[in-house]
Design a protein around this ligand. Structure first.
Ligand code: BGC
Length: 811
């Protein structure tokens, strides 16, 4: 069942019912000021840090769901309704929500009045803009009132929802003719405030929630709206809000639009006050003045379209397969950008108050956006590398506001260092910017310890090389990619961290997954070394890689698949002798991607085992059989009921590893089959089962052992976005950036006869046409570059601005 449809022309998902299985959201904002908005106008805004600079309140697990947001109440006679249905939930005569790239339009109609609520965060500004357009579609004049309403958060979202003994007494506002200023804590140490404004003087306002909503009222039934209107209240402590009232009259057929904004302003410490107790509003007034007419609003929206065009034109496919094209050209790349902006901080599942930026997460996210914004990828790499410890290990997380490593969680996740090599390798392949390797970068954020970036990669590699266990496989530490496989922790007390309790690190527990990474990214490191003329060091690195590869084929091979790990007692994890958790997806994907067992048959067998034991109609589950009881020696993984999260859900992140692995062996049909199982556009028809947005990936889909098999959870912020983009653009469609140029090496379903791609690469445009006359899955017979036969598959780097035509014949 569907709840909407894709409008590819406008690059929108159009939702046709407000009662989607879960709120379906969009992200507004691309740099510093962000808004999350759902299809019923729920959501919240923040400046840079969703915990420390939260502008509006949001209750994540509230009941009813998603009642906080950017709502407009329309009152005509006794009828009260919202264009987005929530929170009053009055039945609408028509409803549409269009989620587009960086903007959302919600339109509702009732009793001949149509209201459309357009929202976006303009580029280069710290604000959200909303235009409410109202049309009288009847033959009679209409009188009605409009009430916008938002609830301020007292800045620190954790304090706001916990420290009531203080914060019920701190809330402060100022009201001017058109605007409401939120200035809680401004009197003391803050020099920033929020402002909600309208383009005209309202007929009434409220700034105290008690007055507008009522002490025992609710957003579904605000006292002021259902009663006699706004009361002109001023919030002192309790809950400051911004509510206004506009009494309007529209002639038959007449329309009007009202413009609103929610802005964030920082004043320097010395410029805080205009007069004692009165905040300096100069910057806010400038912001308001810039956005008070329709043409400014339209121009801001247009600039946003231009921005997204410029990003998405870097990679475009036309395959004749509509769903594939819309995923590749629009939604997958869009999700990669959102994930880049947010990391794992703020969604409807991530509260923005917990984790900072993950070291491994951010490195992997980069794989999905480096082609769109290489300059920001560069900056991200340097930020991440600066948190690395001098011995090559890494803080597992760092704070986006300070860019400093997070001491609470510390280090010891032994896959982290190798992801830095993955990120830099992807960056070099995309840009050829070898100078980045010479950039001085701090260790542990200490400038006194700065070394060129290349030294960071060297230490990443050597950290793994020098931390091997009894079988010659890398030690796992607190966990590897699978944060929930905690082989050194033995947590027995509720509430303690699964990763950091107990010894956390040990000399025995080893990871076959990290071994696969070491082979894959160790080879990439050796290739980088050769490019910078360090052939001896490259050879030595390759020898270490070969030793670990041999260890994988020996101690890491179970007969039909790759084992997962050895626990702290030296017992196999992910082997046939295990009672539960006999086979895991991660080492099959990573080891085959690394080419391990490719020439000796293990790779083929491992992928056949995945198909046989882990496949389901909704994707590949993480492991089988699931853990049915808690194993202290394995940790968090066995804390989840069977079929959820790391305990045998379809963890979407590592499905594309299998896609990449299948293409490594030339299996285009199977690779595409795996790709389509989880790709949102391909499963739109089961939206009532999948429940999360049909235009983006979720972190997990409940596995076959769960009662809710097929149900998605934790949508939007997941490494799935980046890895899927790699799997479809590079592994399947075969457009692979290399250190020396752009390689064309598709591995496609045999039924795909033809596709074309426009790829912007290192300043040039490659217009690539691929023909598949013999219906093969893999293999390039001939390539013509601007009409001439070209030897090999790696197209040389072209002059800036040049456009080349490439014809590829598979066979
Ligand atoms: C984390 C990743 C981790 C994955 C698997 C996600 O929630 O952000 O860093 O690799 O879970 O445990």
């Amino acid at each position: 069942m569907r709840f909407g449809y894709f409008d590819d022309e406008r690059r929108e998902y159009v939702i046709t019912s407000p009662q989607t299985p879960l709120p379906w959201i969009n992200y507004l904002g691309v740099e510093d000021f962000f808004t999350l908005v759902s299809n019923t106008a729920g959501g919240y805004s923040f400046y840079r840090d969703a915990r420390l600079r939260r502008l509006t309140r949001y209750r994540y697990n509230n009941c009813p769901l998603d009642a906080d947001g950017f709502h407009f109440y329309i009152k005509e006679g006794e009828n009260v309704w919202n264009p987005g249905w929530q929170p009053v939930q009055a039945e609408l005569d028509s409803y549409r929500c269009r989620h587009g790239l960086g903007y959302t339009v919600i339109e509702g109609a009732k009793n001949g009045l149509r209201a459309s609520q357009e929202m976006f965060n303009p580029l280069g500004e710290h604000c959200l803009l909303i235009r409410l357009k109202v049309t009288n579609e009847t033959a009679l004049a209409k009188r009605f009132s409009i009430f916008p309403f938002i609830e301020f958060c007292l800045w620190d979202a954790v304090d706001d929802s916990t420290n009531f003994q203080r914060n019920y007494s701190t809330g402060e506002v100022e009201v001017t003719e058109n605007a409401i200023y939120h200035k809680t804590e401004y009197r003391e140490r803050r020099d920033h405030y929020a402002v909600f404004w309208a383009d005209r003087k309202p007929d009434g306002f409220d700034t105290s929630r008690e007055a507008f909503i009522g002490v025992y009222g609710s957003p579904a039934h605000p006292a002021a709206v259902f009663g006699t209107g706004c009361t002109g209240s001023t919030a002192h402590g309790w809950q400051p809000v911004a509510a206004q009232q506009f009494d309007l009259e529209l002639a038959p057929g007449e329309s009007t639009s009202l413009l609103f904004g929610l802005g964030y302003i920082e004043n320097g410490h010395s410029a805080k006050w205009a007069a004692p107790g009165i905040i300096n509003k100069e910057k806010a007034e400038r912001m308001i003045a810039a956005w008070t007419d329709d043409s400014a609003f339209d121009a801001g929206l247009q600039a946003l379209h231009v921005y997204w065009n410029s990003l998405l034109m870097k990679f475009r496919v036309s395959s004749g397969e509509e769903k594939l094209d819309r995923m590749v050209n629009i939604w997958n790349q869009y999700q990669c950008m959102v994930t880049f902006n947010m990391s794992r901080s703020a969604s409807y599942f991530e509260s923005g108050t917990g984790r900072g930026m993950g070291f491994r997460d951010s490195c992997q996210d980069l794989l999905g956006f480096v082609h769109m914004i290489p300059e920001r990828a560069r900056e991200r790499i340097l930020d991440i590398a600066a948190t690395q410890f001098p011995d090559g290990s890494a803080y597992h997380q760092y704070q986006p506001l300070t860019k400093k490593g997070n001491l609470d969680i510390g280090s010891g996740f032994n896959d982290d260092p190798l992801w830095l090599i993955a990120a830099v390798d992807a960056y070099l392949r995309e840009t050829g910017d070898w100078e980045i390797l010479e950039e001085p970068v701090d260790f542990d954020n200490d400038p006194a310890l700065a070394q060129p970036l290349v030294e960071h990669l060297r230490r990443s590699f050597s950290y793994t090389e020098t931390h091997l266990g009894p079988h010659g496989l890398p030690l796992i530490g607190r966990a590897d990619w699978n944060d929930c496989l905690n082989l050194n922790c033995f947590s027995e007390h509720p509430g303690e961290s699964f990763q950091t309790s107990g010894p956390s690190e040990g000399p025995v527990a080893e990871s076959v997954f990290i071994a696969g990474m070491f082979v894959k990214y160790g080879r990439a490191w050796a290739e980088i070394l050769r490019h910078i003329e360090k052939a001896n060091e490259a050879r030595a690195a390759e020898q270490s890689v070969e030793a670990v590869e041999a260890a994988v084929l020996n101690a890491g091979w179970d007969g039909e698949w790759f084992r997962r790990a050895y626990d702290a007692f030296g017992h196999v994890v992910g082997g046939r002798e295990c009672e539960e958790g006999q086979i895991f997806i991660e080492p099959q994907g990573m080891c085959v991607m690394a080419g391990i067992g490719k020439s000796t048959g293990e790779a083929e067998k491992a992928l056949a085992s995945v198909r046989e034991r882990l496949d389901t109609k909704y994707g590949i589950v993480l492991l089988q059989p699931p853990y049915t009881r808690y194993h202290t020696e394995l940790g968090e993984i066995s804390s989840y009921p069977p079929g959820y999260k790391e305990n045998a859900a379809i963890f979407c992140h590592n499905n594309p590893w299998i896609v990449c692995a299948e293409t490594e062996l030339g299996h285009g049909d199977r690779a595409f089959e795996v790709y389509t199982r989880t790709a949102p556009a391909f499963i739109e028809d089961i939206s009532e089962i999948h429940r999360t947005e049909p235009y983006v990936y979720s972190q997990m889909i409940a596995g076959k052992d769960a009662p809710g098999f097929g149900e998605g959870k934790n949508s939007w912020l997941t490494g799935t976005a980046a890895w899927t983009f790699v799997s479809i653009s590079q592994a399947i469609l075969g457009i692979k950036p290399t250190l020396d140029g752009l390689q064309i090496d598709p591995c496609i379903p045999s039924s795909l006869q033809h596709f074309s791609i426009t790829r912007r690469y290192r300043g040039a445009v490659y217009v690539i046409d691929v023909e598949n006359p013999d219906a093969v899955q893999h293999g390039v017979r001939e390539i013509f570059l601007d009409g001439s036969l070209f030897p090999g598959t790696v197209l040389p780097v072209q002059k800036e601005g040049k456009e080349v035509r490439v014809r590829v014949i598979m066979g």
